[in-house]
Design a protein around this ligand. Structure first.
Ligand code: BLA
Length: 288
């Protein structure tokens, strides 16, 4: 399809407007640093924004739009470590033929081993996973390791690009972002410093995973060159990876260690799995 009628700007604008209705956003230094970022191809249009708010450590968005070849949305929002709230995650990669999408409130703690966390945040949101299951169906096998960062309401899809899919995706983005804002509104700050520490480490582990293994990296490298792409990933997209903790990728994910001590470049050690949605509509894990 012709991408020139589609844009992810409306998604970002909606999120900013909704957030401003509830809290005060303050621009972060990383926004200033990356706002005049330019791509090597001289045609992709970029938009990079980043903010914090009293309960929000980082709300950032990167869009890359070239109507001839691709539209990219990478939007995420992280609470301050005083809150154990999920991470808002909206990633979309759209070409004239297909759209690859992950939309989720990524859990801070793996829901398959923390049922209390699942109960606390996802029980009442489960209807969302059904609402879009027809038009944005499960995308098939994915990197197995990614699944522990996903929630039972995750939308993971790879579908033919169309205006309808784009509109449905916007509607889903609206629902999921409002749900996230609601959770942030309701969140009360943790007073127990040892639990705040756990929250901080959980965010750091997530950032470490994504800064190392995000599937978008090869495209960022092509557009910006290796050095800038790395800075973009570590200082903008996953800001906090170098400050929220001191553990390394191999401390968190030792199975990726090669004999010479470096990180295995493979995305998955286990391989891809989960051909179908591994949660049922009650949020129970149904894959083995
Ligand atoms: C593919 N993106 C994918 C896949 C997933 C994600 C699961 C399928 C391949 C796989 O299983 O690894 C997304 N994975 C995620 C997310 C998390 C995760 C969000 O673990 C969070 C924890 N995608 C982007 C951006 C670009 C992009 C910004 O978000 C480009 C700049 C591209 N994603 C992209 C491409 C593919 C892809 C090109 C298909 C090619 C591939 O699989 O490598």
């Amino acid at each position: 399809m012709d991408l020139s009628t589609l844009s992810y700007q409306k998604f970002v604008q909606f999120a900013l407007e909704q957030t401003k209705l509830r809290t005060t956003l303050t621009p972060l230094p990383s926004q200033e640093k990356f706002k005049s970022l330019k791509a090597n191809d001289n045609k992709s249009v970029l938009n990079a924004i980043s903010f914090c708010a009293p309960k929000i450590r980082l709300l950032r968005s990167l869009t890359i739009e070239d109507s001839q070849s691709m539209l990219v949305l990478d939007f995420a929002a992280f609470s301050k470590p005083e809150y154990d709230a999920p991470i808002f995650c909206a990633n979309a990669f759209t070409t004239p033929s297909r759209s690859i999408v992950v939309l989720d409130l990524n859990p801070l703690y793996d829901v398959t081993i923390h049922p209390d966390y699942k109960e606390k945040y996802y029980k009442k949101l489960m209807p969302l996973s059904e609402k879009y299951s027809e038009l944005l169906p499960w995308g098939g096998k994915l990197t197995s390791e990614s699944l522990k960062f996903f929630s039972p309401i995750v939308i993971w899809t790879t579908v033919a690009s169309s205006q309808l899919v784009h509109d449905v995706l916007f509607s889903a983005f609206v629902d999921y972002f409002k749900a996230w804002l609601e959770l942030i509104d309701e969140a009360t700050d943790e007073k127990d410093e040892s639990l705040v520490l756990l929250n901080r480490e959980a965010q750091h582990k997530y950032l470490t995973w994504r800064a190392e293994k995000d599937p978008g990296y090869s495209i960022l490298k092509k557009l910006f060159g290796e050095t800038l792409a790395k800075d973009l990933v570590r200082q903008f997209l996953f800001d906090g990876v170098d400050s929220l903790g001191s553990k390394t990728f191999l401390d968190y994910f030792p199975e990726y260690r090669l004999e010479n001590g470096t990180v295995n470049k493979k995305r998955s050690m286990v391989g891809k799995s989960y051909e179908t949605r591994p949660w049922n509509s009650a949020g129970e894990f149904i894959a083995d």
